[in-house]
Unconditional design. Structure first.
Length: 193
């Protein structure tokens, strides 16, 4: 992409308010002397007033102040942190059937477990292990309703090596045992027919 194409691509995300370039580029708005994330929800700047910078420092050096609304200087919702949280989620969605620990996830993503935990929690509000358990239980619910598989089988297929542990986590999160969940939902299904 040449400079002009890059500018057009970024301006496109400004119009659509998409976060695609957040954390990679910053836009300075010459009419207000403020710089923003490209996805900032304040008023859409005119094309001729937009300058593109590759770093916060470049924008500051050019005389822009950080926008108070999208806080481009804070790594947060969009940008690299959100990307990392997204990669953790994808990893969990692909590997929840396996014994997945924080260390194993961190190793696969080549970051420290502490950093992974902190960033993931900041972006999603959940720890990776809580997110993993939530995902496992939601998959378990689907399996329980799909056919009459034994509970131990459902546990094994959703990453629980120990069926009693599965039942206790399930009960905590769903408010009833796996068996009750299956019965109750089947009954409700009957009633709706
Ligand atoms: Zn802004």
């Amino acid at each position: 992409m040449n400079e002009q194409e890059l500018f057009e691509a970024i301006y496109e995300t400004i119009l659509n308010r998409t976060a695609k370039y957040d954390g990679q580029y910053y836009i300075g708005i010459t009419s207000t002397k403020i710089f923003c994330r490209p996805s900032c929800r304040s008023r859409t700047p005119k094309r001729k007033n937009v300058r593109v910078y590759r770093s916060i420092q470049e924008a500051i050096d050019a005389g822009f102040r950080a926008c108070k609304r999208c806080k481009p200087e804070v790594s947060g919702k969009h940008g690299p942190d959100a990307e990392m949280a997204e990669r953790v989620k994808q990893l969990i969605h692909h590997q929840y059937k396996e014994a997945l620990t924080l260390n194993a996830m961190a190793q696969q993503l080549a970051i420290s477990p502490y950093h992974l935990l902190r960033v993931f929690k900041r972006v999603t509000g959940l720890t990776p292990s809580k997110y993993l358990m939530t995902h496992r239980i939601s998959e378990a619910k689907k399996l329980l309703l799909a056919d009459q598989k034994a509970i131990a089988q459902v546990a094994a297929e959703t990453g629980f090596s120990n069926p009693p542990h599965f039942s206790s986590v399930f009960k905590k999160m769903a408010g009833c045992s796996p068996h009750e969940y299956r019965e109750k939902t089947a009954e409700e299904g009957e009633r709706l027919k």
